[in-house]
Design a protein around this ligand. Structure first.
Ligand code: C2O
Ligand code: CU
Length: 685
């Protein structure tokens, strides 16, 4: 949302402009001539004016943001705005009239030295101090914004920031006073030799550097993930009851006996692949393919997958993204199993209960391993044969990191691909976003429908023409249409279909090109399709209400200082643990007050989206497992706690998860015997 950026930019600009204003103002009294005094005062007034305007912009942004959720503004209202408003008012009341008065006594372009009392007036604390305090307030605002970004806001934090503000202002006041006294008594601009002054400045600098260094060292140390720890939360495992009352994650398996309806073997291995550029590259694959083999099963099948790790050194797992499997089959290293190391194997068994489009990927070092190729499609077909001739194809979006940059793929590697479908065929395209960011998808040449989101059918979808589909990272859209006599094109950008484009063309007989992609409306699930019966409505009473605030700041993750993406102010392992009891109706509110998209993915459950930015979902029920919260957006979602275990609830921008954007949903009475940390093999993110 634009006001989020306006607020942020105005905070930074205010620090810069008020700093210039303070600098100008503090130096006016040194002016050698009346003319210089005049122009310096004018310059100070100009910068004060600019700062004032920026401050008003900031206030406007805060007011607008406050209307969407108080989470966006609580730190501004309790700290930033008052710390700025006091000096701003004082500037209007005292500084500006005083500066004007002195300026009136000075004269434009005069070479005469200023009168002693004018100089004295220009050095007086009364008018300078508010300008300096405005700068201090805006500097603290920037620091608070970049380093603290806490939620919920603690009263102690607010008091600490105010205390710093008061102390710094007080010191400044004393310094300014004594300066003025020395100046009025001796008429000297500043006392002490250059050496003394420099050492004084150096002392201040040294103190600041020392404080920063201590803070840095302590912060880095405290953020280190221990050698061994339970991801499921240390406290959690000990909240009452005896060990015998607890259920181990490892026991929450799928059916252990019975003949599988479908069995697959997936072998993880290092594989050399050739990119379209001709570049050879090591990839990590399941069965030597990228994407891994497409696994198709029928609804209700007992599925058995044997994962063998041939030679992926760090170990691998398989997570069934979007499939609500029993907890032990979820494939999260360090949480539901240990990573499968080279020469080891692991068997997953579960019943494919819901038809739809899903995918699978390694959940060991997932940000790295998915990028390297350890992912594939998992399709659960509805029971019974399709009613008409169907062309059913999966289209995976993935990005390769190569030495020459990134190459984006649409299904296969970075070139125009042709597929054929006879006119009249019912086409189902299953889009899977295996990337880290929201992916735009365009379709030209035919009106189409979004038939399903994240494996759940849309109720009575309508035809869309030229609509842009923004697919969340980790999310899936099923698009359907009846094949026309002419070519249909799928692209990731606006423009014509070219040979070396990242495009897919479906035509009846491998000839003809689809019409160029033009800019159309953005598909919006909030108002698509028609309402149907759902589990949750406006009258639902929830057993649990959780709020998740996404934000960003500078901070530490596992000993490293980086730009972190936070959930309720924290990164893993301090990110929240949401506790539920089996059968609970749970409501979650997402508020994204940071600057990046966060495609939140809850394992083991499907969420019903209730509202976005206060707008209730008015079309078909919108059920998802991966929901993209864009900057400035708020979502209300709900789910039934009906799948006991301990589940990840993390950002599917896997690079964010890799720097700690990962929380958990834990059922009471469940514990995990698995651990993460440098002394274990497990690195889930
Ligand atoms: Cu697709 Cu936790 O992941
Ligand atoms: Cu994120």
């Amino acid at each position: 949302m634009v006001w989020l950026f306006v607020q942020f930019a105005s905070t930074i600009l205010l620090a810069v402009f008020s700093g210039i204003a303070a600098l100008c103002a503090s130096r006016t009294y040194l002016a050698p001539t009346k003319g210089k005094l005049y122009s310096r005062l004018r310059l100070s007034l100009v910068w004060m004016g600019i700062s004032g305007l920026v401050f008003l912009v900031k206030v406007t942004a805060v007011v607008v943001l406050a209307a969407s959720d108080e989470v966006f503004v609580e730190d501004k209202v309790t700290m930033q705005l008052p710390m700025l408003a006091f000096p701003a008012a004082a500037i209007v009341l005292f500084s500006i009239p005083a500066a004007r008065k002195i300026r009136a006594a000075a004269a434009k372009a005069s070479k005469e030295p200023p009168a002693a009392q004018d100089r004295l007036a220009a050095a007086s604390t009364g008018w300078l101090f508010p300008v300096q305090v405005l700068f201090i307030g805006s500097l603290l605002s920037v620091i608070q914004q970049f380093f603290i970004a806490q939620w919920p806001l603690k009263i102690g934090t607010v008091l600490a920031v105010w205390l710093v503000y008061a102390i710094v202002d007080y010191l400044l006041w004393i310094r300014q006073k004594s300066r003025y006294r020395r100046f009025s008594e001796a008429g000297l601009p500043d006392t002490g030799t250059l050496a003394v002054r420099l050492s004084r400045k150096g002392g201040v600098l040294l103190t600041v550097v020392l404080i920063a260094a201590v803070w840095f060292a302590l912060g880095a140390q405290a953020s280190r993930v221990p050698e061994r720890m339970s991801m499921a939360g240390h406290e959690h495992a000990h909240t009452g009851g005896t060990a015998s009352q607890f259920v181990s994650v490892a026991d929450l398996t799928g059916p252990q006996t019975g003949k599988a309806d479908q069995s697959f073997i997936l072998e993880a291995k290092k594989t050399m692949i050739t990119l379209p550029s001709g570049e050879r590259k090591e990839a990590w694959t399941y069965n030597g393919q990228i994407p891994g083999p497409e696994l198709r099963v029928k609804q209700g099948d007992l599925v058995e997958v044997t994962l063998i790790n041939k030679d992926v050194d760090a170990g691998v797992t398989i997570h069934w993204h979007g499939v609500d499997v029993p907890n032990a089959e979820d494939g999260v290293a360090g949480m539901t199993q240990d990573a499968v190391m080279p020469q080891q194997q692991h068997v997953y068994r579960f019943i494919a209960e819901q038809a739809g489009t899903y995918w699978y990927h390694s959940h060991q070092q997932s940000s790295k391993q998915v990028r390297m190729g350890l992912y594939g499609i998992f399709i659960v077909e509805p029971d019974g044969a399709p009613p008409q001739k169907t062309a059913d194809m999966a289209v995976v979006l993935h990005k390769w990191q190569t030495e020459s940059g990134t190459s984006v793929t649409l299904g296969e590697l970075n070139r125009l691909q042709h597929k054929t479908a006879e006119p009249g065929t019912f086409v189902r395209l299953r889009f899977v976003n295996a990337e880290n960011i929201l992916a735009p998808i365009y379709i030209s040449g035919v009106p189409f429908q979004v038939a399903a989101i994240d494996g759940t059918d849309i109720h009575e979808p309508e035809d869309l023409t030229n609509a842009r589909l923004d697919l969340a990272a980790g999310g899936r859209y099923d698009v359907t249409f009846v094949m026309p006599d002419t070519a249909v094109g799928i692209s990731r950008q606006i423009g014509p279909f070219v040979q070396d484009g990242n495009v897919l063309v479906i035509s009846p007989s491998n000839e003809g090109m689809p019409p160029d992609i033009i800019k159309g409306p953005v598909f919006d699930p909030v108002s698509y399709g028609t309402p149907a019966k759902t589990k949750f409505g406006p009258d639902t009473r929830y057993d649990r209400n959780y709020k998740l605030v996404f934000d960003n700041r500078l901070g530490f993750y596992n000993g490293k200082f980086t730009f972190v993406q936070t959930i309720n102010g924290h990164v893993f392992p301090d990110a929240p643990m949401f506790t539920v009891r089996e059968g609970d109706l749970v409501k979650m509110t997402f508020v994204n007050r940071g600057f990046e998209d966060h495609p939140m993915h809850l394992h083991g459950h499907h969420i019903q989206v209730l509202s976005r930015n206060g707008k209730v979902v008015a079309g078909s029920p919108w059920i998802a497992d991966t929901l993209n919260a864009a900057p400035g957006e708020t979502y209300e979602v709900a789910f039934v706690a009906d799948n006991p275990g301990i589940w990840m609830d993390h950002c599917h921008n896997l690079d964010h998860a890799a720097v700690g954007m990962s929380a958990h949903l834990a059922y009471e009475g469940v514990y995990s015997p698995f651990e993460i940390g440098s002394a274990t093999v497990n690195l889930p993110e």
